[in-house]
Design a protein around this ligand. Sequence first.
Ligand code: 26Q
Length: 818
Amino acid sequence: MMNAKELKKAIEDNVKVLYRKTIDEASKEQVFYALSYAIKDTVIDEWINTHKAYDEQDAKILYYLSMEFLIGRALGNNIINLGARKEVAEVLEELGFDLTDIEDQESDPALGNGGLGRLAACFLDSLATLNYPAYGCGIRYHYGMFKQKIENGYQKEVPDDWIKNGYPFEIKRSEYSYIVKFGGNVRVDNVNGKEKFIQENYGSVKAIPYDMPVLGYENGMVNSLRIWDAEAITNFSLEQFDKGDYQKALEQENLAKTLVEVLYPNDNHYAGKELRLKQQYFFISASLQRALDKFKSTHSDIHMLPEKVVFQLNDTHPTVAIPELMRLLLDEEGLNWDEAWDITSRCMAYTNHTIMSEALEKWPIDLFKSLLPRVYQIVEEINRRFVVQIRDRYPNNAAEKEKKMAILYDGQVRMAYMAIIAGFSVNGVAKLHTQILEHQELKDFYEMMPEKFNNKTNGITQRRFLVHANPLLTDWITKKLGSDKFITDLPQLSGLKQYLNDDKSLEEFMEIKYQNKLRLVKYIKEHNGIDVDPNSIFDVQVKRLHEYKRQLLNILHVMYLYNKLKNDDNFDMYPRTFIFGAKAAAGYRRAKQTIKLINSVADVINNDKSINGKIKVVFIEDYKVSNAEIIFAAADVSEQISTASKEASGTGNMKFMLNGAPTLGTMDGANVEIVEEVGRDNAFIFGLSSDEVIAYENNGGYDPMTIFNSDTEIRTVLMQLVNGFYSPNNTEEFREIYDSLLKKQGNDRADVYFILKDFRSYAKAHDEVEKAYKDKKRWAKMALTQTANAGKFSSDRTIEEYVRDIWHLTKLRLDNAK
Ligand code: 26Q
């Protein structure tokens, strides 16, 4: 890192060169670019150095293949990882600027939907920090996750043009471009008695990589996030590759334009769109071609590939990597099937992130075949051989097993099964989730190949979600522990336990929470125009909107509390602010109706003077990584209330915990492990267990109508959905929500997410929260207990487990690391 004087000069020079301005004339945005380029400059040498070390040490490289990298802003994070926070802030101050203001100028790159994409970003941070050679490989979507506007209570999607003004932390690397081919047909040639497969009459695009630096924490390591953009193949190469005509040229131009245009905004929901499959194949083919070329530039024997390269499939979205690697090894490298299969299956590992059946990727064979004719032939052969294996192993029930396990079945390509069959590792993302995979969802595979299955409980990076998000707490912890080692060794936080009975420390801890609440109050005032009482309990649910996550349960409970306040003179409550943040997939009706409901309830309650501000409801517009950091730091209560068995892990739960907010939640996903760490007394647990949920799902026996009929308070709340209480101009506004809770939905029973079933138990847990909160000291202790026990949930721990059990990487040595 340059010194203060050099940095100042670099910023001033950049402002001059970029904008023909002196620093006193520069806008905040201009200073953002000037500073960012200065930071990128300081990173470049270490970046080059790191990749030289890859080659010199002949390092095994991980390729983390993911359709999503929800990286969030880079500037502040890079400054932290360079260990230069104080210095940069001081230089900016001298120049008359505030660092956080400048950071706010950066667009918040949202090349992901939610948990899965953010996990990928946390993993890259940890990999670099732990000195592991790795590339993130993904897509350079021109439009990331949409920006959310709330208009009249409804969500409106606005395109997110994140690269409009240029993104300072990327480098275009045209020299590593590749051609990716779609469609056409396969011709079989016979060359010297050997079959050769030639794809012809195809359309093609050029894939151009852009690299972003991924900095380790103060270790001189800089890995790359490589995202692929698409360009039309220009005339000369068009001739070379396609001998094409004018019509084709136009089609290809169009394909290149649409291919990387936009991220599909679905989270945990599969949509069988052709363009999506094109996106998948596009970035996979380019990433694999590049990985093989890189390998071959320093190795002569392709059989060595599994020793030097490992591909991790982030869910099934990149699974086409399996037949694509086979294709490259068979058709380009000239290997035979057994050799290619051996290499492929030793290079590929798969992570499952969901058991929700609607999220499972199944492509219609017709579509798959016409888009990827050669790849499809290979899928057929993989399937054929696997089916032979099944018949061998299960001679008595082969048909049944085939139905349950074959890749090709019922006119569909089942991507998860291909990933399991071909790869050497299948992992879930929390203990409970992995158990459910082994014993329910994937039980036939587990039975047949148990050695492949393993658990890797998710984690989060403390560099972003503590050090960057919560500088006050970071400084306090550093003082209390006498060291900042926890920044790379999170379990050191357990040292805070010695302060659990120290009144002064507890007061300091809660004062920091209060300051962070003030920061959020200010954010909400500026962005929502709502006044919030910082002394109220900040009860927060932020995550994608999905029925299984049960934001509906939360808001129904708010409606219930409001009724009690209004109708029951003996009822009183501690002031609460219910904070929501959530984007709904653009085509997800029920999710959008729930957003409208939350905003309608907020409207009524926030404007009712008679309740003395005891309840406030805030829907934070455009929940994203940058405001998430502010929200986690300010939360008192972490709502993790998914229907048990449905949330594979959750990672927001860990971010709240790290920042001192106890969990109000079900025994689902990683909540189970959070409770294991803090103890049952330091969490507010409610609801059906995953076993109970699964038993109801399998055997029936739950009827929400009995609850509706017997529980008047619940009934009143439900009636308010359809009597215009929250929608005076349209009593039908929330009819579908009402119906979903009470009326059979086709073949499905009503209330598939057990909202009414869990309601009373949820309300009781809320009572417990209030009781605990009123006892200031008890609460402070409980809050500090969260932070002190968060050590397990660092993505550093997760990455070390992946390295130990799956990737087998070696730490890179960097001589001139500081
Ligand atoms: C699939 C096909 C077509 C279009 C979109 C998709 C698609 C996109 C995103 C399917 C699923 C996703 C995202 C899934 C996801 O975020 N899962 C979450 O992963 C987290 C990290 O492991 C877990 O913590 C969460 O529990 C899980 O829901």
